[in-house]
Design a protein around this ligand. Structure first.
Ligand code: C2E
Ligand code: MG
Ligand code: MG
Length: 683
């Protein structure tokens, strides 16, 4: 690539500070112009030289003139040939600018030399007229060259100088003083022509540079246009591709959105709505129902017996059962109105339903659930407890309705599994009260609100006191709350092990202050969570050690219901208790789950017949009491009849052979201080 040449020559001369950049194109333009003007120049040279040579005949130097004329002819012909070669062969091709310029310059230099020689060699023999004529011709030639050779500063300078300076200098120093004026004129001419030729030169380059820049700009514009067209085409293509991609993307996004919606709103196992989906659906349904001023029912369904299926048959079967139950429930409501709330809990929404319709749907659902399920060769029978809440009667919004239905189900489950309950204000109040009690229960111990009452147990034959049962009392906000009420709450909130251990400790301490003359046993109730608590045996040991109570005089009462579950753990704890010499009583016997085989594995010392049998005078109760007496005899246990309030009841149980009697007939549960008075009065 040819490098650009920076020309500073005229910048200083013209007071221009910007350097002139000569591009290769400008070089070419310069050579083209020099060669293009060459023919006129050659003709002028030939005519002028021939005119001067043959116009003035001077005898002495005619031969010198002829020699110079011949030299001029040769150089002129050579330049003509070179000019023609350029014109016909090179012009418009990618010819070497440097070589053509060089040949042109050589031609101009040779002509310059010939003109200089002409002046120097011939001036002395010239007449005043010839010299003046020669001076005029040379001046005209120099003037012409000023524009023709303007593209090259060097050429124009050398050419005009060689035409005018030698002749003018010779005239200045000529013997004839008249020539002096001609010499001065020649020098002035020379300077004028030189100065204007240099201006031409600058003008020429400015023009060429401008044209070059224009061309360059046009070229640039063309290429930019081409590039723009290319980019436009690419953009068009990209746009088309983008449109295609967008169309695909929209499909994909639609599909993904549907997937995300499904994942975030559906339960994968049952394909029912999940909690999230239920909230959305129920919100919409409530809005519609509100607009129509209608009712809507929310059914909270909890399976009974599912936990046992999962625990005993494994999660795989558990999953099959849940999916099957979901299908069965879906028979009684729209699939989009049914949700899996979690675990074995479902929520169904029945729009436009009154209590009556909702209960009917709940019954239908229960009957669907209770049909036997076959899962991997296992036949499974479940039941469901259902709580119902109605919009707007029981709640105005999604969360409240679900909560009320859930609470109803929970309450129903506590009362009787496999039943249906409808939310009521009473239930709401009861739940609120329970929540309040639960809250109070947490701080009851610190607030010294607990105390232990004692109820004597007497021997059926001697009517003498043989033991006392410790019964917990809670004075909450100055009011006595029944243990039958708060103990289940304490069990639910996990507070029972701690409270029970406090009772055991308190009762054993009180036992060290018994007002009795003979050895009287102490009975303390122990709940299931307390019995199975990991710290139970430890706290029993501590109590035995700290109070020095005789283990054989301590009876721990466990309700018969503890045998319903976790039989191994219960058996182990009973074994640990008996190992310490402490006795076991089975409380509320006849109301729970005892079977003979279980009793066999749970060695107990006393069986307490529940007061419901004692107070019921029907034959069924009697039969149960008789059976209990037989079982007790079989297992070598003593019996206590609870809840004896009348002499008749007392005589009746005595005839049945009960060993001990406990009831209001003898004494109600009382504080330790009252027990002393009672004992002194009744002993
Ligand atoms: P329970 O262990 O069967 O206690 C006997 C309950 O029958 C006591 O009720 C007692 O007051 C009541 N009772 C006794 N004789 C009669 C009678 O002639 N007529 C009537 N109507 N009732 C009689 P209480 O004290 O309300 O206790 C209820 C239940 O609360 C107890 O039944 C026991 O299961 C539980 N409980 C009480 N204190 C404790 C405790 O410290 N720990 C545990 N785990 N449970 C306790
Ligand atoms: Mg008891
Ligand atoms: Mg009892």
């Amino acid at each position: 690539m040819e490098r650009n040449v920076i020309v500073k020559s005229f910048s200083a001369h013209k007071g221009l500070n910007s350097p002139l950049t000569i591009t290769p194109q400008m070089q070419r333009d310069m050579v083209d112009m020099l060669n293009g003007n060459m023919f006129t120049g050659l003709v002028m040279t030939f005519v002028a030289f021939s005119g001067l040579t043959f116009g003035f005949n001077t005898d002495n130097d005619q031969s010198t003139k002829m020699i110079l004329w011949a030299a001029m002819i040769i150089v002129t012909l050579a330049r003509l040939a070179d000019g023609l070669y350029w014109h016909f062969q090179l012009k418009g091709t990618g010819y070497s600018v440097k070589a053509v310029k060089f040949r042109f310059a050589v031609g101009v230099y040779l002509i310059s030399v010939i003109w200089a020689l002409y002046s120097v060699l011939l001036h002395s023999s010239m007449s005043a007229v010839e010299l003046a004529t020669t001076m005029v011709v040379l001046g005209a030639m120099a003037g012409g060259a000023a524009s023709v050779l303007a593209p090259s500063k060097t050429l124009v300078s050398i050419y005009t100088t060689s035409l005018l300076v030698p002749m003018s200098v010779c005239a200045l120093f000529h013997d004839d003083e008249n020539f002096f004026v001609l010499g001065v004129l020649g020098m002035v001419f020379w300077m004028g022509i030189l100065s204007s030729s240099l201006r031409y030169h600058r003008f020429f380059f400015d023009t060429v540079s401008l044209r070059d820049k224009n061309n360059h700009l046009i070229e640039q514009m063309r290429s930019d246009k081409k590039e723009t067209a290319k980019i436009n085409a690419m953009l068009r293509k990209s746009n088309e591709q983008l449109d295609d991609a967008n169309a695909n993307l929209e499909d994909e996004v639609e599909k993904r959105t549907a997937d995300i919606f499904r994942l975030s709103n559906r339960d994968p196992l049952t394909n029912l709505l999940n909690r999230n989906g239920l909230f959305k659906q129920l919100n919409t349904l409530i809005e519609t129902t509100r607009a129509l001023d209608n009712n809507l029912a929310v059914l909270f369904i909890d399976l009974d017996g599912f936990k046992q299926v999962n625990d005993s048959l494994g999660h795989k079967i558990g999953d099959i059962v849940l999916a099957e139950i979901a299908n069965r429930l879906a028979r009684y409501c729209e699939k989009d109105h049914l949700a899996r709330w979690g675990g074995d809990e479902f929520v169904a929404v029945t729009p436009y339903a009154t209590v009556h319709t909702a209960v009917a749907v709940a019954h239908a659902m229960r009957s669907g659930v209770t049909e036997p399920i076959i899962a991997l060769d296992n036949q499974i029978t479940l039941d469901a407890t259902i709580g119902i809440a109605i919009y707007p009667e029981h709640g105005n919004d999604t969360m409240t309705l679900i909560q009320q239905a859930d609470l109803t189900m929970y309450d129903q489950k506590r009362k009787q599994r496999g039943t249906i309950g409808v939310f009521s204000e009473t239930l709401h109040e009861k739940i609120k009260h329970e929540q309040h009690l639960c809250e109070q229960l947490r701080y009851a111990k610190e607030k010294n609100e607990f105390s232990v009452y004692y109820q004597p147990v007497v021997c059926a034959n001697t009517q003498k006191i043989t033991s006392v049962e410790a019964l917990l009392r809670w004075h909450c906000d100055g009011q006595l709350v029944s243990p039958a009420h708060f103990i289940p709450l304490a069990e639910r909130t996990g507070l029972m092990p701690d409270i029970g251990s406090w009772v055991l400790n308190r009762a054993c301490i009180d036992a060290t202050e018994w007002p009795f003359d003979e050895k009287i046993a102490l009975s303390v109730n122990v709940s299931i969570s307390q019995l199975l608590g990991e710290r139970f045996i430890n706290s029993l040991d501590k109590v035995l050690a700290s109070t020095n109570i005789e283990p054989a005089l301590l009876y721990l009462e466990i309700t018969e219901s503890v045998f319903a579950n976790n039989i191994e753990a219960v058996a182990l704890q009973i074994h640990n208790i008996k190992q310490r010499g402490v006795k076991i009583s089975i409380d509320d016997f006849g109301t729970g789950y005892s079977s003979l085989s279980r009793l066999q594995s749970m060695p107990c010392d006393v069986i307490k017949i529940d007061r419901s049998f004692v107070q019921n005078t029907n034959e069924g109760s009697d039969t149960i009491m008789r059976a209990t007496m037989l079982i007790a005899k079989e297992f070598d246990c003593k019996t206590i009849a609870e809840g004896i309030e009348t002499l008749d009841q007392m005589n009746h149980v005595k005839t049945l052979g009960v060993d001990f009697i406990q009831g209001f007939l003898y004494a109600k549960p009382m504080p330790l201080s009252d027990l002393k008075t009672w004992y002194n009065e009744n002993n």
